[in-house]
Write a protein that binds this ligand. Sequence first.
Ligand code: DOR
Length: 440
Amino acid sequence: MSEMDLLIKNGTVVSHRGIDQLDIAIRDEKIVAIGNLKDVSAKEAIDATGLHVLPGVIDSQVHFREPGLEHKEDLATGTAAAALGGVTAIFEMPNTNPLTLTAKDMADKVRRGREKAWTDFAFFIGAAAENVENLPMLERQEGVSGVKLFMGSSTGSLLVDNDEDIRRVLSSGVRRVAIHAEDEPRLLERRHLAVDTVLNHPVWRDEVVAYRATERVLKIARETGRRIHVLHITTKEEIELLAKYKDVATVETTPQHLTLSSPDCYERLGSYAQMNPPIRGEEHRQGLWQGVRDGVVDVIGSDHAPHTKEEKANAYPASPSGMPGVQTLLPLLLDHHNKGELSLSHLMDLTSAGPARIYGVAGKGRIALGYDGDLTLVDLKRKQEITGDWLASKCGWSPFEGDTVTGWPVGTIIRGRQVMRDGELLGASGGEPVKFQECL
Ligand code: DOR
């Protein structure tokens, strides 16, 4: 066998085969051999004794704020945080400034990604009444992960709030449409409840706000035959409903909704726990875990949505919604694994195979011959505090700062390149657009 670029030896590999001691060889960015590779020579080798090797983690929901909101984050800092957290690819949301609604603005984001992203990347094209006719063309552009539709107002002005326009969007194009499901009419009706304290955030944006929107969009998806992916599900009732729509709808929840619950999170963290849709009570957290166990949940994404400390210091409801999370996604899930809540095979399905399957990623999300050499090395036994000096997001905080987790990412390999090792970024940024099967 000719010389390899990178050999990862003696690791415990989590793959479709189960969990085995295997070596992995990468050449020209691709996995080219898996097995006992003792006699294979390589330019570079990593001894992964004592470590687990996962398929590269794909975070399929992040807001990296570039262009236009770079005081909160940019593609360099956001993807640096991702790589430090063991993430090898990210899909970024269109509520930037300008909103990502046109071919020109999409191409601009891809150009910026090529210039400065540490990880591989893709971007969602925003759905709006003004670009609905162009969506079939826009969704096929280089670097597009899918279409994003906001049914309820959140950060930024993207909004498609009525069934007629939602139907038009779902009838235009074929790729997966990611949905922010909160019911705008009910949000407006209840706006007066958003007063005094962030404890009222989940009162204003209540369970019915979420359920109603999810139910509306599921019906339209089935009627139009369009595949949708319902993002950041927060209630046990939606999980029960979504279980009846698995023909058209895949489901995401987030580490924060699986880890935090109201009212404790708001009492401890104030506006740092404020996001849309909100963190809810313990019975919903439990219901989401049930949805994970039952396979209703397909993906765990971070919904990394940074705002500055100064912005968050505004009195509720002037404090913006959203929290960072791309760097803590994997540490939190490894901690849940160590607590017995999630097997490693299931974790891999939710963070690598799941996003790849849902969005039709070409050649990522699996440790198999011919796939990109994207690997995440983790030390399952490492107990580590989440500290401010480790966090790379420009916002400079995390709701999980000060928490100690068991299980930690110690290596990020992207297309055979070591990008992070032991908490340090290596070399230069070298991210490329992710490829998708429907657009090859
Ligand atoms: O809390 C949120 N923040 N939810 C969203 O849907 C948007 C996000 C943001 O961009 O800040």
